[in-house]
Design a protein around this ligand. Structure first.
Ligand code: ZN
Length: 318
């Protein structure tokens, strides 16, 4: 009897644990896009680098298109956006960590964040999954001509499911850009440490993406339609660039800069694409709501496990 119950319990528990595996369906992209646009093996191998960024259209014709990124954001010519979006990453499973992606041209994590709703430049609300984030130094976007020390890109890809028709999603990628500026009063970000810790094997514990946004006292952003900033330069990105830079310590900034000191891969010691022409595109301005963001939930026993344990205890004490 007891053995039968154990068998039943283990079935219940293993059935529950398999439901934790994340399977996601994304809107397909027009190009064979791998993460930030290009596979690690292609960097350098096919001839593109930041030294020939003016000639990327020779490699992929899209890179010479009219809606390319990054751009200089002229704050005085931006129009107010009607909808004020909420930055609120939902219910990340605390047991799911991040993997370091093997990219020679940036530092990048890939993870399994849950969905976020984002309003695109036409006013439509689109649901995305957060997929990865990576860094550029110095910044790619400039604000009124000013470069910042570093820019993080949070990359989100639109969800394919019964509730969202990918044919109606114009911008299948939304990227949030956050600026960082060196500051003597900055404390180190835990999230960045594993990139440079030789004792870590490319995997880090979960952390909350909301933390970056909750550190902003002013969540003013600029919003426009653009492209990936690496090959294949696909013009399918809904860009949201935040104005207020977050502080970064000299130590952590130098770690990123030193990463770009490989004279073969980075003879010019940066990984930011030059500013592209706006070509008449509209830039919208707004302020995101970042208060009241969700926390990562504690790992708790599943309902099935709790019920199963209660049955077992009841039977054992009889
Ligand atoms: Zn990027």
């Amino acid at each position: 009897m007891i053995f039968g119950l154990f068998a039943l319990l283990s079935t219940l528990i293993s059935a529950e644990s398999t439901t934790n595996e994340v399977t996601r369906d994304y809107c397909s992209l027009p190009d064979a896009i791998y993460a930030d646009g290009v596979s690690a093996a292609d960097f350098g191998a096919t001839g593109w680098s930041y030294t020939n960024a003016a000639n990327w259209a020779d490699f992929v014709v899209t890179c010479g298109g009219s809606f390319q990124s990054p751009i200089d954001i002229i704050t005085t010519s931006s129009a107010q956006e009607a909808i004020q979006p909420q930055i609120n990453y939902k219910s990340k499973d605390a047991s799911t960590g991040y993997e370091e992606a093997n990219k020679p041209y940036t530092k990048e994590y890939e993870g399994e964040y849950s969905e976020i709703e984002v309003t695109d430049a036409s006013g439509s609300v689109i649901r995305y999954y957060a997929k990865q984030f990576h860094i550029h130094t110095p910044s790619e976007h400039t604000i009124d001509g000013k470069y910042y020390d570093l820019e993080i890109h949070f990359v989100h890809q639109a969800i394919q499911d019964d509730e969202q028709d990918c044919n109606k999603v114009k911008n299948k990628l939304t990227v949030f850009g956050i600026m960082f500026q060196e500051s003597s009063s900055a404390t180190d970000y835990e999230a960045f440490k594993p990139w440079f810790d030789s004792n870590v094997t490319g995997e880090i514990d979960s952390f909350d993406l909301n933390d970056f946004f909750s550190k902003m006292s002013d969540a003013t952003y600029y919003h426009y339609n653009g492209s990936l900033t690496t090959l294949p330069c696909s013009q399918t990105v809904n860009w949201v660039v935040f104005q207020q830079p977050l502080p970064i310590s000299s130590t952590q900034l130098k770690q990123f800069q030193d990463f770009l000191s490989d004279s073969t891969l980075f003879p010019i010691k940066h990984n930011n694409r030059p500013i592209q022409n706006l070509n008449g595109r509209k830039i919208l301005k707004g302020t995101a709501i970042t208060s009241g963001v969700t926390e990562i939930p504690d790992v708790q026993g599943s309902f099935a496990q709790i019920i199963a344990m209660a049955i077992l205890i009841t039977l054992l004490i009889q």
